[in-house]
Design a binder for this molecule. Sequence first.
Ligand SMILES: [Zn+2]
Ligand SMILES: [Zn+2]
Length: 480
Amino acid sequence: MTFAPFVSLHNHSEQGSPLDGMNDINALFKRAKEIEHSSIAITEHGTLVSHYDAYKASQNTGVKLIPGIEAYFAPDLKEKKSSHMVLIPKNENGYKNILRLNYESYKNQASGYMGKMTPRISWDDISNFGEDIFCLTACSNGLLSKDLIAGADAKAEENITKLHAIFGDRLFLEIQPHALKTDDGKVDQNKLNDKLIGLSKKYRIPFVATCDAHYLDREHAKYHDMLLAVKDKKPLSDPNRFKYGVQEMYLKTSDEITDFFGEKIANIAMSNAVKIASLCEEPHYLKSRGAILPQFPVKNQADYQNFKTWWELNCSELPIDKAYLRYRCIKGFKIFSEGFSYEKQLEYWNRTKYELSVLEMHNFSSYMLIVADYVSWARDQSIGTGPGRGCFVPDSMVKLSDGSMKPIQEISVGDEVISHDGTNNIVTDTLSYDISEEIIELEFEDGRLISCTQDHEFFTSNRGWVKAIDLDENDDVVEV
Ligand SMILES: [Zn+2]
Ligand SMILES: [Zn+2]
């Protein structure tokens, strides 16, 4: 079966629109591929949280991700009211602007529906950060829709002009292929669609169809209705609870869109959706760049001046984070080792120097300072902290200097093992402890099985460091 080209630029998932969107991200992309949508936008309510997983789903299916947002828009920040507004980034600059708008929205948040804090953007925000963004006017909760539903058409027309002044030819009036109608008769999506199409003609602003998909199939509508009852904390039987009342908020095919609007309107609405999608760059800017650790802000520390003097005198050749970790360790060591015999002090000092050299070699100094920072903050607040743990389990294999392998639980004092830096070392002590968490078992090409915690990272030639839980058959693990 072949479908006329269409893409939906407004959709929700369970991840970013909890208790409202019910779509599993991977299933949504799979469905988009099945019905020949070459792109799909993910536009959660007031958050960008699902874009990372959506990007992975996009890479797996070949369906282009358009990482948008259904933002809450407050025409007047002094009032609590807000409307919906769909924002779609054209390119990386547009995405950065959406990130900025999202940031601003949390500064402007107000308590809204059911006491939930709602992040909101304002006229000023979209004027300042609207560049390279397509604006779609959203659902029946949109800025224009609300006024049109209330019969305040003049107000809606005033806002069209204001939006057009900001977004220009990147503004689209959004029509939706479902007949949502509230029991009180106020909301009637069909009437709304007609009004929007009328305004499109009057103001020469194009309209576009979106599915506003909250679930995957028509059959899922009843489960989605249960979800809404949970959200409202009301029984299913409550006649006054919030309902959609239609079974059409799913990802539709172009045939279904055509059936709904008729050929003439559908053709325009769908080709505009395809046009917007084609103008949106594939968001490779979302690709993971691995762990990006911030530099620990040494200069903000209370003991910075003392440290600086010490640094210049003792190890001015070292980068600041490595030098500061050394400085802190030396200070800490003096307190820790007080009262120890000279021999014990020497033993611990040598061990400290050795561990510091390993951390410096692997560029982990900033990481250790960051962990120390939040652990000591937690202790100051009387919040419990754990002892930390490794991620190997008793049968994790360790390589010995003669090339043989042994499970770590069988390693004993006197064994010669190959260390992290490739040197041979005699084991002088062992310790073990219990953990209670799920263990994962991996099978390698040579038939070897390895058990480890899910977050243990393996180095692969194709994807760099990958957690055990995320490894798949295509990964090439460099050394086990
Ligand atoms: Zn909406
Ligand atoms: Zn929506």
